[in-house]
Design a protein. Structure first.
Length: 112
């Protein structure tokens, strides 16, 4: 039974975290975040969007190195690039990524 528990991916309950954060510190921004918080499960891109909505005062530069993307977020970014026919530079600046990271993802996930 311990093996089953350890294999399951456990993510923080971002909905609860952000609801509490908005309720306590940013009640004026509740309306702008409500659409994202209605989702059952927040993807990593949703979490980044919420961070940008709440902390739009320039703190995102310090947190840039700590971001992590799951496979679904990477595929969503690559799909965004393909649909909008954008260059690596444009997509990298839009999502605040490195162009090298985007190129690596394209190399890895376009084989699938």
């Amino acid at each position: 039974m311990d093996k089953k528990i350890s294999k399951m991916k456990q993510y923080p309950n971002y909905n609860k975290i952000y609801e509490d954060l908005i309720e306590q510190k940013y009640p004026d921004r509740e309306v702008s975040c409500k659409a994202l918080l209605k989702k059952d499960v927040l993807s990593s891109l949703d979490v980044i969007k919420l961070n940008n909505l709440l902390f739009s005062n320039g703190l995102h530069r310090f947190n840039q190195k700590l971001r992590s993307y799951d496979e679904s977020a990477i595929l969503e970014i690559l799909q965004y690039q393909k649909i909008n026919k954008l260059s690596n530079t444009t997509v990298a600046s839009h999502f605040k990524l490195s162009r090298n990271t985007l190129t690596k993802w394209k190399r890895l996930y376009n084989k699938l």
